[in-house]
Design a binder for this molecule. Structure first.
Ligand SMILES: [Zn+2]
Length: 427
């Protein structure tokens, strides 16, 4: 009797001779030695496959799919306070030549203006539009009914980043002060899993990230603010970056220039090879607070190019290539008009941390509106999707966990659900 062995489901093989399921490791142990006759332990007779080459290919496929599922990498990229309006409409016609916010309107128009918004947005974020929208899934274009908001009641950074990385809203996180986060991020949870030990890292331009990730408790590797690179073998290039970071002044006391964050993160990726990383760019928010719309646009484009560089690096590096999902999200939106575009705050936050903005008695309307993008081997190429129900920022954590092969509830039973638009066919 000739038995066939077929790949039927996941990592299990069904021997159709005796109708017994086998694990691939069982096959793996026996294939190299006895590939002419495959004898499964417990089977009464030797199984003589009709087509050995076919079985060998099935075995290779099994091993490959099994490895790739278990070993997916993930990078969460955040852009601080970049409005959905710029992402989906390009430069704002009410701001691009505004004398209060732009030093050289003609030069800025030369760089970013086009009558058609579809051309205009490509000029601002070419990688986003030419690659991410083409190959991935994007949410947040309110002009076509694609909606996403923060779920926290404050509309500023610490509560936003906490929501992104913990998957829950903790209303007690109501300031940007350097207070260790009482909530646990999915990075911290993964850090407790054996296979992720030393395989997680976060890089950020803002010096509050060590508190958002609660490094004292989480023991995560976080390089943020004006931290130097260290704790692993440093290349000559990174040693130079460490020196330059001390020598080149940042415009801000608590945020470094994103070029440092990007290059430290990229070098760490190539040298230490983490499985999961967060990279948090900050310039867009700080230039907006400064009222520098020209610098805000240039920062948006630079960040787009950083993400392009990151994606190129991923797709040319063994272990990461075709094996790394990238999620991109922002911590909050901003105002919609020349009067309020610089700011972001909820009405409720005016009574507390944001009381400096109380001349906007309703808070900054619309600053809860955010956007999201994803690209990678498990992300469908759906482009900008309309949402049936508004997506929340708190759903990013469960999305990340699911892409890493975990049930999000095992991390936190109260976690908001994963973003259905990435996983459900009907959407
Ligand atoms: Zn801000």
């Amino acid at each position: 009797m000739t038995h066939k062995i077929r790949l039927l489901y996941g990592d299990r093989i069904l021997c159709t001779g005796c109708m017994v399921w086998r694990g691939y490791t069982e096959v793996k142990e026996r294939m190299p030695k006895t590939y002419q006759v495959v004898l499964f332990q417990g089977c009464k007779s030797a199984h003589i496959p009709r087509n050995l080459m076919r079985i060998f290919l099935v075995f290779c496929l099994l091993l490959f799919t099994s490895i790739s599922k278990a070993e997916r990498n993930l990078i969460v990229v955040t852009l601080d306070g970049l409005r959905w309006q710029e992402v989906f409409r390009g430069a704002d016609e009410n701001l691009i030549a505004h004398q209060d916010f732009v030093k050289k309107p003609e030069a800025l128009k030369q760089a970013f203006w086009h009558q058609e918004h579809k051309q205009r947005r490509q000029r601002l974020m070419p990688f986003f539009w030419q690659t991410i929208v083409e190959q991935g899934t994007v949410i947040g274009n309110r002009d076509i009914g694609s909606k996403m908001s923060v779920a926290n009641p404050w509309y500023f950074s610490y509560p936003g980043y906490s929501e992104i990385f913990t998957g829950v809203v903790d209303e007690s996180i109501d300031s940007n002060r350097k207070i260790p986060n009482p909530q646990i991020s999915f990075l911290e949870w993964l850090n407790k899993q054996d296979k992720f030990e030393g395989k997680l890292a976060a890089f950020g331009s803002w010096d509050v990230f060590p508190y958002i990730f609660n490094v004292e408790r989480s023991k995560l590797y976080v390089n943020a603010g004006f931290d130097s690179a260290g704790g692993y073998p440093l290349s000559a290039e990174v040693k130079l970056l460490n020196e330059l970071q001390k020598e080149i002044p940042s415009p801000w006391h608590s945020v470094r220039l994103d070029a440092f964050t990007h290059r430290f993160a990229k070098d760490y990726l190539l040298t230490v090879k983490p499985k999961v990383m967060a990279i948090a760019y900050g310039e867009t928010d700080d230039f907006a607070h400064d009222g520098a719309y020209d610098q805000y646009l240039h920062a948006a484009k630079r960040t787009d190019q950083f993400i392009a560089d990151l994606w190129r690096t991923i797709q040319t590096t063994p272990g990461y290539k075709n094996n790394t999902n990238v999620l991109i999200v922002t911590d909050h939106g901003r105002g919609s008009y020349p009067e309020d575009w610089q700011h972001h705050a909820s009405k409720r936050s005016l009574a507390g941390y944001m009381k400096g903005l109380s001349h906007f008695p309703e808070g900054i309307i619309g600053s809860e509106h955010i956007w999201f993008a994803a690209i990678g081997p498990d992300i469908p190429a759906r482009g900008v999707v309309k949402t049936k129900v508004e997506v929340k920022q708190s759903q990013v954590a469960a999305t990340a966990m699911k892409l890493l092969g975990y049930q999000p509830q095992t991390f936190n039973p109260d976690i908001a659900p994963a973003i259905a638009e990435l996983f459900n066919q009907e959407n």
